[in-house]
Design a protein around this ligand. Sequence first.
Ligand code: SF4
Length: 379
Amino acid sequence: MSNAARTGCVFVCSRAVRLLFSYFCFINEKVVAQTKEWLFGKNLEELGEIVLRLGMPRFTARQIAAWLYKKGASQISQMTDISLRNRELLDKIYTVGTVAPSAVAVSTDGTKKYLFPTLSGAYVETVYIPEGDRATLCVSSQAGCRMGCEFCVTGKQGLQHSLTAGEIINQMRSIPESGDITNIVYMGMGEPLDNTAEVLKSLEILTSEWGYGWSPTRITVSTVGVLGGLKELLEKSRVHVAVSLHNPFPAQRAEIMPAERAFPIEKVVEMLKGYDFSGQRRVSFEYIVFDGLNDSPGHIKALVRLLDGLKCRINLIRFHNSPGSRFSSPDNAAMVRFRDALSHKGITTTIRSSRGEDIQAACGLLSTEKKQTESQTLS
Ligand code: SF4
C-alpha cells in the first residue's frame, strides 16, 4: 500500500493543492526517451543470461553488477574491465538506464520531495527525510494504486502501472543525497505487494553482496495486507514489514480501505503470527488517527485483542485535514491519549512526527497535478 497515503499518509498535508507547484523547482523537464533496455534493475541471474546469450564469459555478469550497483556507472563505456568488443556488443541492445528526478520541493525541515518520470509517461514521488544521523528514503512501487483507500490521493489516480525493479531502485540511486541514505521504506505511491515480483527483485539487488550489500534491517516494506504477496515477502526476504491497519473493526476498515474485503486484517494478523519477529526482523502497524472515527476506547480494546500474541509495535500517524475530505484531524492531546492508552495495554506505540508539511504532503498530489498539467497542455 502506498504509504503514499501511508507515508503520504505520513506526509499528509493540509495545504491547498494549487499552492503545490509554487514550491517545486523543476530540474529536468526533458525526459529522455530510452529505447534500449535497462541493465539497471537486473539481478545477477538476469545479467548472467544476457552475457551468455551474447557469448561473453559468465563472470562478466558480476563485473556488470559491480559497475551498476557499486561503482555507479552511468554508461556501458565506463565498464572498463570489460573488453571493448563486449562493451560495444552490450551497448547495441542495452543502456545502463537510470533517470534523474524532474522536480524537487525542499521543506524548511530539510525533507525533500522528488518527482520522477517513469518510462511509460507517468510520475512517481520519492521523499528524502534527514533526521539526525539517519536519512530515510520513502520510495514508490507503482504509479497510482488500485487499492482505493478513501483517505489517499494516490488511490484516486487508480493504477497507471507498476514500476520495474530498476525504476524502484533508481529513486535511491538518482537523487543527490544517494550516498547519505541510511534506511529505505517502501511507503510511497502504490501497494508494493501488488507488484511483488519487481519489489522482491529490487530488495534482492539492495541486499545482495553483488548488489548494494545493504542489511535487510535497513529496509521496511509496507502493505495493506495483500496475503499472497505478504507470504512471499516474509519467506523470500528478511526486511521489516509494516501493515497499514487504520481500524481494527473489519466493517469500519472496509469503509475506508476496500482491500479489507479481499484481505481481511484478521487473516493478515493470523498469518503474521506464524512468523518469528523475536529477533532482528520487525513487524509494525501503521495507524492513521482520524478524529472521532478510529480513536475510541472500543478501538483500543479491539486493537489489543487483534494483536494479542504478536510481537509488534504501532505507529500512530495524525491525519491532517485536506480539502474536500470528510475526515478531520485529531489534536495533539488526543494523539497522546491514544498512544498512552495503547502503551498502557502493553503495545509499544509511537506517534510518528509529520515531516515536510510545508512542501505539501500526501504522496500523489504532485504526480496528479503534473499529469493534469500535461493533459491540459496536450488538449
Ligand atoms: S490507495 Fe494505495 S497508495 Fe493509497 S494508501 Fe491505499 S494502498 Fe497506499
